[in-house]
Design a protein around this ligand. Structure first.
Ligand code: M6R
Length: 613
């Protein structure tokens, strides 16, 4: 959940590291720090708060920082787990003699006994973090070989790590290692840059090496030597990143979230490109790597995911049951491994994760794999751990999603799920006609989303009218039920308004007790099956004096007189309605948060990728 950058080469080290940190700030932003080896000294500056605060402090403490070229350096932006966000708890951490500096992502589970032993041996700890034990261990093991010292230290720890280490002893060398927390090496010319995320690397090179678990790399400006933790050389291929640095910049938008909302017509177009099999009225999803017979054998699907990805999975549940007739269950990934899941030979496990690094979803993949299941992941981040460990799956090709609030990943995930259901359905009982209808609608999706985006100013006006609310409910039915959950999640995470998503029918079973004039209802009342019942639910809310904001289909007069405000959605079937409707709710959340002056791209307490349990 934190961000790591490391650089070795001839450029200005501090500028390069700060640039990388800014690109990774969406990973964590409660404190940041940097360490460089310069003129026989290991220099370190850390600061509470955002990278901008660190930059100010560097300017004060290192007046010549713009001349710091050719140094080896590491940097970190933190999302606190062990210990509050303070100066001392910020990374890098150094050993007692300031010979080694280390940045760490992940959790060292056995840090307490290690710390106790190290303290008994005379080590003085400056932080409350679990990470600091690692740097003291490296110093303890060092006997002339930084690689061996790091390997020996890492063998002592239980848990997850992505680490980068520099030292006074080998000033031109950086060591990086990973287990369960990503590290990517950007391969440059006379320079190499490492990071926990390609977003920090693409400005320098699009050639990257994704490290595997228990890989340790010794990186200099012109060499990358990767071995496993037992010092056996391993070979890792160099991959190409298919997006450029522009994709990870705001390009004139006030926030990444808004940019990503507006990117959705293109993102969805990229998700479907080359995947519409018009000849067979099906979908081409070669990454699933299953032949028709294997597909036909699937008799149960289990989707494991968290947050927004889980809401996408809940929509997939409707698709798989409706279109393919396959019994489907959606699991909170955090529960999957703890509830002894039933996995039979013909069960297909679908993990869904934008980042491909979410700890609970990854653990579900591992549990399912250990039980011999067929796993086919839906991920956005190419080369991510979940994508690689699943071995098969479908990439979204949505481009980097930087805003902490997931938007384009959701619409692309649901689109891919619809294509999967089409493929599985066509391999079973779905007629060509029914399949053709899905294909036509999927092809229309970018245009349908564009039409919603054109209403952004109308959505903004409604959002601003309700921006002072303290509580609200999103209600939906059928295909729009998961969208209600997603709309509520979007609103709460960026505006801090207490928002809950409910099935409309569930209101009467308790939450209706909370309704009154200060509690608006966002009712998803598009003209799809279930609308009549939804209008009844809206009346129940109105009777309790709740103001109602409805989504409704353009031209539908049945909604007249029922809602106080309407977000208009273009005419579309129930299959694509979730994808189209959620865009209006994303805009609604965005404009409410903007009106309230919230930090939209970096909401409090949140980080983009949750790599701890
Ligand atoms: O990277 P993932 O899709 O696995 O992330 C899952 C959730 O952490 C994520 O969707 C989270 O709920 C977002 N902040 C929602 O906007």
């Amino acid at each position: 959940m934190c961000g790591i950058v490391g650089y070795v080469g001839g450029k200005n080290t501090v500028v390069t590291l700060l640039d990388g940190l800014k690109r990774l700030e969406y990973r964590g932003y409660d404190s940041a720090g940097i360490a460089v080896v310069r003129d026989s000294a290991l220099l370190c500056v850390k600061e509470k708060g955002k990278v901008a605060c660190l930059e100010e402090k560097i300017t004060r403490e290192w007046p010549d920082w713009m001349e710091m070229t050719g140094c080896t350096g590491i940097a970190h932006t933190r999302w606190a787990t062990h210990g509050a966000p303070t100066h001392d708890n910020a990374h890098p951490h150094m050993d007692g003699k300031s010979r080694f500096a280390l940045v760490h992502n992940g959790i060292i589970e056995n840090y307490a006994p290690l710390k106790k032993r190290l303290q008994e041996a005379g080590c003085v700890f400056k932080s409350e973090t679990d990470s600091e034990v690692l740097v003291h261990l490296i110093a303890e093991f060092y006997d002339g070989d930084i690689f061996q010292a790091t390997a020996s230290a890492l063998k002592k720890v239980e848990g997850t790590f992505g680490v980068a280490v520099i030292s006074l002893e080998q000033p031109d060398t950086m060591i990086v290692a990973r287990r369960g927390s990503p590290i990517v090496i950007g391969v440059g010319k006379n320079e190499n840059i490492v990071a926990s995320d390609v977003a920090a690397i693409v400005a320098y090179t699009q050639r990257v090496i994704f490290m595997d678990d228990d890989d340790i790399a010794l990186v200099t400006k012109d060499s990358i030597d990767i071995r496993n933790i037992d010092n056996v050389p391993v070979s890792r291929e160099v991959s190409s990143i298919d997006w450029s640095v522009d994709a990870a910049e705001k390009q004139g938008y006030d926030h990444f979230m808004l940019k990503e909302i507006f990117e959705q017509p293109d993102a969805v177009a990229n998700s479907i490109r080359g995947r519409l099999d018009k000849a067979n009225v099906s979908a081409t999803l070669s990454g699933m790597n299953m032949n028709p017979r294997e597909m036909a054998m699937i008799n149960r699907i289990v989707i494991a995911a968290c947050g927004t990805s889980m809401h996408a999975g809940m929509t997939g549940d409707y698709y798989f049951e409706d279109l393919a007739g396959i019994s489907t269950q959606v699991e909170q990934a955090a529960e999957f491994r703890y509830r002894n899941p039933i996995i039979e030979p013909n069960t297909l496990i679908i993990p869904i994760s934008q980042s491909g690094e979410t700890a609970d979803t990854l653990a579900a993949v591992r549990e399912a794999t250990n039980k011999g299941a067929t796993v086919s992941a839906i991920c956005n981040a190419v080369g991510s751990t979940i994508a690689r460990e699943s071995g098969r799956g479908v990439y979204l090709h949505a481009g980097p999603e930087i805003g902490v609030a997931s938007t384009k990943a959701f619409t692309c995930q649901v689109t891919v799920l619809l294509l999967m259901a089409l493929k599985l359905g066509r391999g079973r009982r779905m007629s060509r006609e029914a399949g053709q209808q899905i294909l036509d609608e999927v092809e229309q999706l970018p245009e349908l989303i564009r039409q919603v985006l054109k209403t952004a100013d109308d959505v903004r006006r409604v959002a601003e009218k309700y921006a002072d609310m303290q509580d609200c409910f999103f209600i939906g039915r059928g295909y729009l039920y998961p969208v209600a959950l997603e709309g509520a999640l979007k609103l709460k995470e960026i505006s801090y308004i207490h928002a809950e998503g409910y099935h409309a029918a569930e209101l009467k079973h308790g939450p209706i007790a909370l309704l009154e004039e200060r509690v608006p209802i966002i009712a998803l009342a598009n003209d799809i099956p279930g609308k009549d019942k939804m209008i009844g639910n809206i009346q129940e809310c109105k009777a309790r004096k709740s103001p109602v904001i409805a989504t409704a289909t353009i031209g539908d007069t049945d909604i007249d007189g029922h809602a106080d405000d309407i977000l208009w959605i273009p005419q579309c079937s129930k299959f694509v309605a979730p994808i189209v409707t959620v865009v209006a709710l994303q805009l609604f959340a965005y404009y409410v948060a903007a009106k309230r002056g919230c930090e939209i791209d970096q909401p409090r307490n949140l980080a983009k990728s949750v790599t701890v349990e």
